[in-house]
Design a binder for this molecule. Structure first.
Ligand code: CA
Length: 223
């Protein structure tokens, strides 16, 4: 795990690098906001510890610039002032946590570990879409044009497969192995029946139709 530390006070910086290295992290230290931002944009960090009070570009500006360029890594702010507006500003600017100076190293380490756990356990929920159809794999919800559609577990799995491989013609054998965990037997019409039911739910009464039959090959979903 690689951590970026942006801290201008030499003592604190060195202390953080040492402590985090002993705790098993790879830690890089930048002594100004500018250098910190440069490292943050070019390096592949799992987390950043940002001091708020920095000469030139301060911690807020570094944080805003990181978020503005789509960097989602967790950020722990170090603030010298225990002011309410600092915390509010910190969280509104996209910080994930903050710590008031002076702090005990054990406390910082606990926050760092907790932030990393949070990030690695909860990947950003990814909603799958095709036109106005949306499937949320985490919340187990499907809507089309904003209208909720109730699907059985198999229909949900089938639609998820179609959406993850959008635009690809899916042979029945592939659908059978992915959704039913079975070998496809051409005598069975399980898949055709399931696709028909799914189409009735997501395509009937809507335009355009999303699922098409590709004769002799299988099915495809595309908007
Ligand atoms: Ca400082």
């Amino acid at each position: 795990m690689k951590i970026l530390i942006v801290e201008d006070e030499p003592k604190t910086g060195t202390y953080l690098v040492q402590g985090l290295t002993e705790a098993g992290f790879v830690a890089d230290l930048a002594r100004s906001g500018c250098d910190g931002l440069h490292l943050g944009l070019t390096g592949d960090y799992d987390l950043a510890i940002l001091d708020v009070m920095l000469p030139g570009m301060d911690g807020w500006q570094v944080l805003k610039a990181l978020r503005a360029t789509g960097r989602t890594l967790p950020v722990l702010l170090l603030t010298a002032r225990d002011a309410v507006e600092d915390r509010v500003q910190g969280l509104e600017s996209g910080a994930d946590d903050y710590l008031v100076k002076p702090f005990a190293f054990a406390e910082l380490l606990a926050r760092v570990r907790s932030l990393l756990r949070r990030v690695h356990r909860q990947p950003a929920p990814e909603v799958l879409r095709a036109g106005d159809l949306e499937l949320d794999p985490i919340r187990r919800r499907v809507t089309r044009g904003g209208r909720r559609i109730d699907l059985t577990a198999k229909e949900f799995a089938l639609l998820e497969l179609f959406l993850r491989r959008r635009g690809e013609v899916l042979p029945r054998a592939l659908i059978a192995s992915q959704v039913w965990d079975m070998n496809f037997d051409s005598d069975t019409n399980v898949i055709d029946v399931a696709v028909k039911r799914l189409r009735a739910k997501i395509d009937e009464g809507f335009e355009p139709k999303l699922i098409r039959t590709v004769r002799g090959m299988g099915y495809v979903l595309d908007a």
